[in-house]
Design a protein around this ligand. Structure first.
Ligand SMILES: NC(=O)C1=CN([C@@H]2O[C@H](COP(=O)(O)OP(=O)(O)OC[C@H]3O[C@@H](n4cnc5c(N)ncnc54)[C@H](OP(=O)(O)O)[C@@H]3O)[C@@H](O)[C@H]2O)C=CC1
Ligand SMILES: Nc1nc2c(ncn2[C@@H]2O[C@H](COP(=O)(O)O)[C@@H](O)[C@H]2O)c(=O)[nH]1
Ligand SMILES: [K+]
Length: 476
């Protein structure tokens, strides 16, 4: 990448400070762009879900990997539970969604409590492994909560596994049905929606060498780091992330060495840093990918507490250049609020982009869904260095130690992340990101993530310049 006019600005910049100008382009269609990430971790789109307890769990991991991204399971989840989640994700179908299933004698109340766990919004009624009915939210309205599903279900339109995706789309459209159970013989093997059929034709799932969905998990830098990393590897984790606030401290460097020693050919990601020196030290310790970002996160109070951090665009640019000089890569971690931020992180040289809080407000994030009283749905989120997270992480310590650790919080313990009614599922947000980034690539004349970095021409804008780019939904 280069700056417009060839002059590098004297101050550090973040995403809102910069814009990209169009280049002469020979890329005739946004569909010609391949977003496979250059970091060789196996992702086919540059989206990684941040290792945050309120966000990254089994449904998030499954859904995002099916669309080519990766979710990192947080360090606070016990290793045996991570093992269960990994086995479960790997048992999921790479194309069809996991249905929510209940018996014919289950109640409407049970169906309603589960329906918003997934974006497809239906419950499949199953008898002896066979789908016998489908229940929608609409069918549950205006009836007694204890009504049995057999009384409100409709006969399912089933789709045989392996049916051509455009055909599924057409059949569901003709029948005016949004979701259909997928069957092998008469056994239920998954669920597909109209949008799901469209997406499966557009995205390539992120999979391991055996074709199972890709998984990742984080380890902290305290305790038996190598032992924990070994246990995660034994449970089938495909990408290991060594994660701490200050990645350029000796303890973190030692933790990376310890993980590298047991990881074999499994990619090791480590962070967080914001300088070329930090990047080089983590790579020297064995990191394949360095995680960049101190303080940009939406749940993060580090910069206000300490004055430490660095505007994210410049941090990514400097660290990516240092990593690429050594044949390695960086992930841009934190501060992403719009698709443009992902494009700009890639332009700065990141190979992949982590998203946390933006994905908290989706059906698939780990938290329970709440209604704020005015009919708007939200989920609670919290930072991984908040008193709430520290309390959970230090549960093995005595009361005094836990209380002392709680004094050093650097994150928000409770926030409301509203679901966007137009984009309530994480796949809706991924569609938006991928559409934006594919389009950025054609403006830059790039067919790949590496070409976007090579060809991007960036300028620095005023706050008014940024504001001008926002849409205006009402008159002024
Ligand atoms: N990207 C970011 O800007 C930040 C991210 N986070 C996230 O929060 C989670 C928890 O991370 P973390 O707080 O490192 O907890 P960890 O459980 O990973 O422990 C951090 C270790 O590093 C020591 N340490 C030394 N200096 C610092 C420092 N300035 N800040 C924090 N620890 C320090 C701590 O010792 P002692 O407690 O005795 O000081 C402790 O032993 C991670 O997921 C991390 O990514 C947290 C803050 C910033
Ligand atoms: N300083 C803190 N940083 C945190 C905390 N919890 C998470 N994080 C970092 O934020 C990113 C995600 O950023 P987002 O803007 O997409 O939400 C995450 O990967 C961590 O690096 C915290 O409590 N304090
Ligand atoms: K912040």
């Amino acid at each position: 990448m280069r700056f417009l006019g060839g002059t590098r600005p004297a101050t550090d910049l973040t995403y809102a400070d910069v814009f990209m100008v169009p280049n002469h382009s020979t890329v005739g269609s946004r569909l010609e762009v391949d977003l496979t990430t250059p970091d060789r971790v196996g992702t086919t789109i540059p989206v990684v879900v941040a290792n945050m307890t309120a966000i990254s769990g089994r449904r998030m991991a499954e859904t995002v990997a099916r669309r080519g991204g990766l979710a990192v399971l947080p360090q606070d989840i016990p290793v045996d539970v991570v093992g269960e989640v990994v086995s479960w994700v790997k048992s999921r179908h790479p194309v069809y969604d996991t249905p929510i299933t209940l018996d014919p004698s289950s109640t409407v109340a049970e169906a309603l409590s589960l329906m918003h766990k997934r974006a497809h919004g239906v419950v499949v009624v199953v008898r002896d492994g066979r789908p016998v009915g489908v229940v929608t939210d609409g069918a549950c309205q205006g009836v007694d909560r204890f009504t049995q599903l057999a009384q409100v279900m409709t006969e399912p339109l089933t789709v045989p596994a392996g049916t051509d995706l455009p055909k599924i789309f057409d059949v569901l459209s003709e029948e005016r049905v949004n979701a259909a159970p997928v069957v092998e013989g008469d056994r239920l093997v998954g669920l597909i929606t109209r949008t799901g059929a469209l997406r499966s034709a557009l995205y390539q799932p992120a999979v391991d060498a055996d074709g199972f969905l890709l998984t990742s998990a984080a380890v902290g830098i305290n305790g038996d780091v190598a032992g924990k990393a070994g246990a995660l590897l034994a449970s089938g984790v495909d990408v290991l992330v060594v994660d701490t606030a200050h990645g350029h401290q000796e303890k973190a460097v030692e933790a990376v060495r310890a993980v590298r020693a047991v990881a074999g050919s499994t990619p090791v990601v480590a962070g967080n840093v914001v300088t070329a020196e930090g990047t080089r030290d983590l790579i020297a310790a064995g990191a394949d990918v360095v995680k960049v970002g101190v303080g940009p996160g939406a749940m993060c109070t580090t910069r206000m507490m300490t004055g430490v951090g660095r505007p994210q665009f410049s941090a990514v640019e400097e660290c990516a250049a240092a990593a690429r000089a050594l044949g390695k890569h960086v992930w841009a971690d934190g501060g992403v609020r719009h698709p443009r931020d992902v494009a700009l992180a890639l332009a700065a040289g990141a190979a992949n982009v982590m998203v946390g809080s933006w994905f908290a407000g989706t059906y698939e994030s780990a938290g329970d869904i709440h209604d704020d009283g005015s009919g708007r749905m939200y989920k609670e989120s919290f930072g991984m260095a908040s008193a709430r997270a520290v309390k959970a992480r230090t549960s093995a310590q005595n009361g005094f130690e836990r209380a002392r650790a709680g004094l050093f919080e650097e994150g928000i313990s409770s926030s409301r992340m509203y679901l966007d009614p137009a984009r309530p599922g994480v796949e809706d947000l991924i569609d938006q990101i991928v559409a934006g980034v594919r389009s950025s690539c054609t403006y830059a004349g790039a067919r790949t993530v590496d070409q976007l970095h090579e060809r991007a021409v960036l300028g620095v804008q005023s706050a008014a310049g940024y504001e001008e780019g926002r849409p205006l939904p009402t008159s002024w």
